[in-house]
Design a protein around this ligand. Sequence first.
Ligand code: FEO
Length: 170
Amino acid sequence: MKMNQELEKKFQEQITLEFEASMVYRQLAIEADEQDLPGMSAWLRRQADEEIVHANKFIDHVSSRDNHAQIGAIPAPDVREGLAPAEIFEAALAHEQRVSESIRELYRTSEQAGDLDSRPLLNWFINEQIEEEATVSEIVAQIKLTGEDGAGLLRLDAQLGDRPNEGTEE
Ligand code: FEO
């Protein structure tokens, strides 16, 4: 069943935000690479790809509902040069928290509209956000635990670099 216009607009905003998240992660991957942390850079780059998978999931849902999946303007990533490793992942966490709130808002709008058809997808995303926030927050904590231990940081870097490459499609 076609969704109402207000909900369609919220979905369009979410699609744009997922692409924005991809650009933020891609920029953070560049910053990690500049800090000579190839494993963290690879991890962030794979996350950038996963955000495109998220955008595609929303696009497919909107199109399947016979609505229009419009991608909006995407701002340049608000990421400054020279971030320390913990700051790179803190920036990622802050963006994830913004995405989580946006998905909750999307859920509220769908509830108000009584739009049952979007529930399974939105439930999936609510769980996904809990997982993503927990993962990034754990990485921030682990980087902080290494403190001044350069060898520990390099071990963590190698471990993060082992994340499998899932591409931009499911
Ligand atoms: Fe698509 Fe990381 O939220």
